[in-house]
Design a protein around this ligand. Structure first.
Ligand code: FE
Length: 197
């Protein structure tokens, strides 16, 4: 299979109470799994079947006739990335090289948090908020639905899923509370630093 469903890098109950085992059960085993299954069905027997997810995303981005492939492969990739952006006991002030980059490019950690939460809270409908490297500087961006910085040649360092399926069982309509919990308790800064390279 060209696109695979990775195991979660922690136990289903490891992110509780900020994200429950119930949410991870549905989000990983049902939602993410469905994107992977659909993606594989759509690329099977085509010239995309031997490419990895990132190459497929770049190849079909902007092609209206391949929107189904783009949506499912990008969602598969975005979710695989999102799981790695969290860890039990994560969040709070960053460490390592990214801490210095955040201070240099945003002015302070607090300003970065404000921008990330604002991007997540104001993404109308479904989508994602991101910390990315754009033109050599850190920046916050948001994408709608399945869209991903990868498609735009922008390097992602961190993402938070703001589709309702990511938080509705735990927070109902309170998306800002989910974003606060993500920032304060879940971000895996070691992973972010590893992406910074
Ligand atoms: Fe999701």
């Amino acid at each position: 299979m060209a696109i695979s469903l990775p195991e979660l890098p922690y136990a289903k109950d490891a992110l509780a109470p900020y994200i429950s085992a119930n949410t991870l059960d549905f989000h990983h085993d049902k939602h993410h799994n469905a994107y992977v299954t659909n993606a594989n069905k759509l690329i099977e027997g085509t010239d995309l079947a031997n490419l990895d997810a990132e190459a497929i995303i770049k190849k079909v981005a902007g092609d209206a006739s391949k929107a189904g492939v783009f949506n499912n492969v990008a969602q598969a990739w975005n979710h695989s990335f999102y799981w790695k952006c969290m860890k039990p006991g994560g969040g709070g002030v960053p460490t390592g090289a990214v801490a210095q980059k955040i201070n240099a490019d945003f002015g302070s950690y607090e300003k970065f948090v404000e921008e990330l939460k604002n991007a997540g809270a104001t993404q109308f409908g479904s989508g994602w908020a991101w910390l990315v490297v754009k033109d050599g500087k850190l920046a916050v961006m948001k994408t709608a639905n399945a869209d991903t910085p990868i498609a735009q040649g922008v390097k992602p360092l961190l993402t938070v899923d703001v589709w309702e399926h990511a938080y509705y069982l735990d927070y109902q309509n309170r998306r800002p509370d989910y974003l606060t919990a993500f920032v304060n308790h879940l971000i895996n800064w070691d992973f972010v630093n590893s992406c910074l390279g």
